[in-house]
Structure formats: C-alpha cells, structure tokens
Design a protein around this ligand. Structure first.
Ligand SMILES: [Zn+2]
Length: 334
C-alpha cells in the first residue's frame, strides 16, 4: 500500500465497494456493529483497506460520517501500523500458526490502551491450520471485552463452517473496469488509454492495477502481435530460431501464450462488435480490424485452439522447444 493511501483511511478514500461501505457506515451510525465480520472477495480489491478504515472509525474521537478524521493521533497510528489497540494477524510463511493465535489472544485479553476498542484484523484467515482454527474459535465465540474482529479471505468456502457462521459476512465484488480505470488515472497518473488497458488486466483488483508494469504489458502484446504478422513471411530457419528464443524461458513463454489467447479473444470480440471499448488492448484496434478482413472467423478459432493446446502441453512438461516449433510452423501456414 502506498503512503498516499495509508495517510487517508476514511471510507471516502475507498474506491468502489459502495455496498460493503454502506453496511458498515450504517452499523457505526446505529451502534449495531457486529463483533466479528468476514470480508470475503478476490485478493487485492480493497478488503484490508476497508478493515483499516473501520478500525480507524471505531477508535477516532472526531469520527464523522466518513469514519476516522485521519488527523488525530489514533488515526495516524492506525495509518502507520503503530496503534497499540490494533492487532494484525497474517500467515507466517504459508500458515497462521497456533502460537500466533495464542499471542493475539493474550493481547486481546488486555484492556484497550488508548483506543475505544481493540481491533483484530486477520488477513488471510483461510491460512489457519486446523489447530489454529480451533483455538481461534474460542475468541470468536467469546470475544474479550468488546473487541472487534475483522477476518479477511479470498477463499471463504475453505473456512471451517463454525468460523464462517460466527461472523457477519460482507462480500466484496471485483471493481468494475470503469471504476478501476478512473482510480488508476488519479493514483498513477496514467493516460486514460493505459488505465483502461490495465484495468482490464487487473480484473477488478486495485492491488494488481497499482503494481502492474504498464510498459512491460504493452511491450509483451506488441511482441505477440508482431509474431503473427512476421511468421507468414519467414523461412523455416528463421522460424526455428524464433522458436528457440521463445522456448528459452518456459514461464515467460507460457505467459506470452496466455497473451496470445487474450489477443485472439480481442480479435474475435472486435470482429463481432467493432467496439474498441470492449477490448483488453484497444491500442491494437487497427491490427484487429485488418486481421478480421484477412482471416476468417474459423481461422481465429483454430489459432485460439492452437494457443490453448500449446499451454496444455507446457503444463504437461513437454519440451518448450517442441511446443514453440509446432505452434509457430502451424501459425505460419495459416
Ligand atoms: Zn481521527
């Protein structure tokens, strides 16, 4: 999370998620906050930020309709992670271990130091093993004092039913592409075209949208689109050399194949709708138009199948060199 975001933990700073935020604001205003919430939804879409905003709201003395004021010592400590009444529990490696749960239980048993409420955020509650889950159940059944427990997960279906049933679940949906794109223009200073492109790739996740390297993503798509236009004019020697260069790095080759699948989907969508706004990569609109004039729809479907089959072969540990040669020669014939 960037410093900019950390400094503002009011509900107003949360992008999208109107429904979860409204539920929480209403509960705060009516003083009907549950003692435990389960925030579920894809990784990186804003669940933790919402949990921090709620923690700030319940502990801020100047809290308003948008939650914490952001300026008082309590809000500032929550923003920087140094508030003595805010506890974070996250996996140590792969798991949340029972010792971590016990430690947090001991912390929660103490009276609040300075805040009105102790808050525990469990980021990745699905990472609790059976022993940790069973130990944690005690806290959920009888939360010490009036502690507020905020459980976060991308995999709600993997939780013990006894854990899930003791929380009020609030579901977070992926952010709509438009919401995400507008936020990326503001937060990253991207052009609208780049932001619209990244918003599609991030699939509703603000976290991914903030992290992705837009220039690298553009370059990768350029490389794949060039491949198509180049293969038909190449001799066998050049195609073999190209296959060798792609096969050198298996993971990267697989990633480029995934981008190939995306380009073909885009080309098909464009052929069917002629709507650039529906494309992942609208920058390639002109190429898709020309492609549509040259290649029949059945040819696009055949290419799509070739790319997907190639990914399947890589997955089954077939030699990357063989997969690349087979794919490129077949594409070149088309
Ligand atoms: Zn405050």
């Amino acid at each position: 999370m960037s410093e900019l975001e950390q400094s503002n933990l009011s509900f107003a700073a949360i992008e999208g998620h109107e429904k979860p935020v409204t539920i929480l604001k209403r509960a705060l205003a009516n003083k009907t906050l549950a003692h435990a919430y389960l925030f579920s939804g894809d990784a990186g879409i804003g669940k933790k930020m919402t949990a921090l905003a709620l923690a700030a709201a319940v502990n801020c003395r100047n809290a308003g309709p948008e939650g914490g004021c952001g300026a008082c010592p309590s809000c500032r400590k929550i923003a920087t992670g140094g508030h003595p009444d805010l506890h974070l529990l996250a996996p140590d490696g792969e798991e949340i271990k029972i010792d971590q749960v016990r430690q947090v239980q001991a912390d929660l048993a103490l009276k609040p130091f300075e805040g009105a409420k102790k808050v525990l955020i469990v980021d990745g509650v699905d990472c609790m093993n059976t022993a940790s889950s069973n130990a944690f159940l005690k806290t959920l059944e009888e939360p010490p004092g009036d502690a507020l427990l905020l459980l976060i997960t991308a995999l709600p279906q993997s939780l013990l039913p006894t854990i899930r049933s003791r929380c009020q679940e609030i579901r977070f949906q992926p952010l709509p592409r438009r919401t995400l794109a507008q936020a990326l223009v503001r937060k990253r200073g991207l052009s609208e075209e780049d932001a619209w492109f990244l918003a599609a790739l991030a699939q509703g996740s603000m976290g991914r949208g903030l992290e992705m390297d837009v220039e690298q993503e553009k370059a990768d798509r350029g490389r794949i689109l060039e491949l198509w236009s180049g293969l038909a004019h190449q001799g066998p020697g050049e195609t073999l050399a190209l296959a060798e260069s792609y096969a050198k790095d298996r993971d990267r080759f697989d990633r480029l194949l995934a981008i190939g699948v995306e380009c073909l989907r885009d080309a098909m969508v464009y052929r069917a709708t002629e709507e650039a706004r529906l494309l992942v990569n609208a920058r390639a609109e002109e190429q898709y138009r020309q492609w549509g004039e040259r290649v029949p729809f059945s040819g696009m479907v055949a290419d799509l199948e070739l790319f997907m089959a190639s990914r399947g072969l890589l997955d089954r540990r077939v030699s990357a060199q063989l997969v690349a040669e087979n794919l490129f020669f077949k594409l070149g014939r088309g």
